[in-house]
Design a protein around this ligand. Structure first.
Ligand SMILES: C[S@@+](CC[C@H](N)C(=O)[O-])C[C@H]1O[C@@H](n2cnc3c(N)ncnc32)[C@H](O)[C@@H]1O
Ligand SMILES: [Zn+2]
Length: 492
């Protein structure tokens, strides 16, 4: 603040009563206390007097538009300039807060805000902190109503502590997900077992397999944070479904990708994309048909896999603060996407209003993208990654598992290459967030997550089979770190 004036001076220059000034102060007009009296910034007081909401306090003859809001033409936006504080945001929003929060919630919000020092904070910081603390309480209330009975505090504690370590969970991923707090994971990345493709995961028939997968997908919808993403890599296989065909001769093409899209949609996810992974050379010779180059002898190559992208959009009609001014005086707009509630700021004192005086339009999703995270270097996606993935068909080699002596060098027979989790993590998560692979295999996803300063969590059922090779993987990927700072384990 500059140009600070005493109460009497402000009132006489602006020709307003002391009551008017005090009313403005009560709704948040900033002032500086000097001994027993208050000082005000003339320009700030003027601005406070020129918006719709405060007009009631001012005598009609004093100010014209030119003193405060300029009459704008063209594309210029209306900008209110005044200083806000947490107390102001609480007071401004009190009606709404009392409607959706308990008294304890409101006290809690005030206490949380009180822990911040206002030093060096500008309006934008204050709005962001207020919004985040408000949303935390909204979230806690939601969790109280949505968490299931099986929530396991010990497990959730294991997941949430020691943010620099990979979390290794041994057990069945459905069993794991059931015990996890709702909306506590920011990204899921996986490649599930491809039905009976490997000896260590087997099902009687395709129906049973898909039912098991559906249970996991359903539970993961609850566990995934709202407006977040699951990247799901799966191949269309050649096998016996043991339903339509059930003889050893009955192998057929089984379009797992198509089946999974349907299941994800039925469990509430939005299908967003199917990126085709072109794996290059075909490993088998089956499609060559012994060189018989005649009609109907030709068979599929199967040298691609799907990288399916799904969004979770749980429609949430709880109001969220305007990201510009922190007001909860917002009206529901249309849903910008199915399940994504949009809002429009109705606060006439909002810092940013359009030329025709409409407020900011926003949603939880756009706020997450534009305001709640630092869009700075650490979250910037490298040009090389964008270039590689800005296409529908992406070519990169599968992991070579067999060395020239015919030995499996990785200890796991179905790892996916780094490329997939790398893209998923860079594209769909921020530094510090929790990333879960419910079929972790050789832990490729959690390893990449840790490398890029996210928290990698993996669940794997075959502990006996894979533990040694997984630990070896950790050591070779983080050779400069002490073993006990790389990962920690949990048995379900
Ligand atoms: C295709 S592999 C995943 C490969 C992994 N993306 C990698 O890079 O190593 C599937 C893994 O899921 C594991 N698995 C199968 N069913 C499971 C279940 N119900 N819970 C946890 N893990 C399971 C298998 O043991 C296997 O390691
Ligand atoms: Zn606003």
């Amino acid at each position: 603040m500059n140009n600070l004036l005493k109460e009497k001076e402000v009132c006489s220059i602006l020709n307003i009563s002391r009551t008017t000034l005090w009313r403005l102060k009560k709704i948040g007009l900033p002032s500086l206390k000097v001994r027993d009296s208050y000082r005000y910034d003339l320009a700030v007081v003027k601005n406070w007097m020129t918006s719709e909401q405060t007009r009631i306090y001012m005598p009609s003859k004093t100010l014209t538009n030119e003193d405060g809001l300029k009459n704008l033409n063209g594309t210029e936006r209306i900008q209110n300039t005044y200083l806000i504080s947490f107390e102001y945001l609480i007071q401004h929003n009190i009606k709404h807060l009392e409607k959706i929060f308990s008294k304890r919630n409101i006290e809690d919000l005030k206490n949380r805000l009180n822990t911040y020092s206002l030093d060096g904070l500008n309006n934008q910081h204050i709005v962001r902190i207020f919004s985040q603390e408000y949303l935390k309480i909204v979230r806690e209330n939601y969790l109280l109503s949505s968490n299931n009975q099986e929530l396991d505090l010990k497990l959730n504690n294991f997941i949430n502590k020691e943010k620099n370590k990979i979390k290794v969970v041994w057990g069945d991923s459905y069993n794991f997900l059931k015990k996890l707090e709702s909306e506590s994971i920011q990204l899921m990345v996986t490649s599930p077992p491809y039905y009976n493709a490997r000896d260590y995961s087997q099902w009687d028939n395709i129906e049973k397999y898909l039912n098991d997968m559906r249970k996991i997908i359903k539970e993961s919808y609850r566990v995934l944070d709202n407006h977040r993403i699951w990247v799901f890599n799966v191949g269309d296989i050649f096998d016996n479904d043991n339903m339509v065909t059930n003889s050893v001769w009955g192998k057929k093409r089984i379009p797992l990708g198509a089946y999974f899209i349907r299941i994800f949609e039925e469990e509430g996810f939005e299908f967003v994309d199917d990126i085709i992974w072109d794996k290059g050379e075909v490993e088998s010779k089956r499609h060559m048909n012994n060189g018989i180059n005649y009609p109907l002898y030709q068979y599929p190559l199967n040298c691609y896999e799907h990288i399916l992208i799904f969004h979770k959009h749980r429609l949430d009609k709880v109001k969220i603060p305007c990201p510009i001014c922190g007001s909860l005086n917002v009206n529901g707009n249309t849903q910008s996407e199915i399940g994504v509630q949009s809002w429009e700021c109705k606060n006439n004192k909002c810092f940013l209003r359009s030329p025709n005086n409409r407020g900011k339009r926003f949603s939880l999703r756009t706020n997450t993208m534009q305001y709640y995270h630092n869009n700075d270097a650490e979250n910037l996606i490298e040009k090389s990654i964008l270039k590689k993935w800005r296409r529908d068909i992406v070519e990169f080699p599968p992991v070579i598992k067999i060395n020239h002596k015919g030995e499996n060098t990785l200890g796991h027979t179905a790892p996916f290459p780094n490329d997939i989790p790398l893209m998923a993590i860079k594209y769909f998560s921020y530094v510090g967030e929790k990333i879960l692979d419910p079929f972790a295999g050789s832990f490729t996803t959690p390893i990449v997550a840790k490398k890029f300063n996210r928290i990698g969590i993996g669940v794997e059922i075959n502990k006996d089979l894979f533990r040694n090779s997984i630990l070896r993987n950790f050591k070779s990927n983080f050779s400069n770190q002490l073993e006990n700072s790389i990962y920690s384990e949990f048995d379900l």
